[in-house]
Design a protein. Sequence first.
Length: 201
Amino acid sequence: MKKISTIRDRTDQRVHMWNARRIEEEVGACSDRAIAKWFLAGAYLEQSRHDEALSLLRKAIDRHGRLPSLLSQLAMVSGRAGRRQDAVRLIDELLAISRREYVSPALLAMALVGLGDRDRAFAWFERAYEERSNLMIYFTIHPSLDPLRNDPRYADLAARIRRPHKLRGIPRLLRRRRRGRSRHRRPLRQQGAPGMHFPAA
């Protein structure tokens, strides 16, 4: 199983878009896609253009549905804009969705960062790390997490993200193979699940 840090090279373009703050120019022809709106709203947020970010995300939700990724971003922006009640309602909605289908804990953590709730945010980030959420590749570079960087828990988790996870279940699988009983068994599933799903348009 690949460690989280080895996946970073797949997101170089996205990282550049965050750091350069030029996403409005970068999205171009894909500007109607949910993922483009997600990044653009993030860029607005970091420029304190809260009203524009809120408007964009609401339109994205009207267009693409109440995707957990968009709800999380809307909760974060709402929290940062001082709309705490809106943020709390969105977080409650995310929790309700998570009881019906998989929602990356990282999405809940990001929403809680917007509220300034560090303790709950770190608790959800820890769950995301344990689940190998692919969103954790953004943990050390996402600008919206800057308020967490002076917290010792941030440095500790960032250091662990850079180390490979232990492979769980492998010794038992090898024992089965030595006994010749694993041929008809299904392989172990890779732990974790994708964090975000965006429609094609």
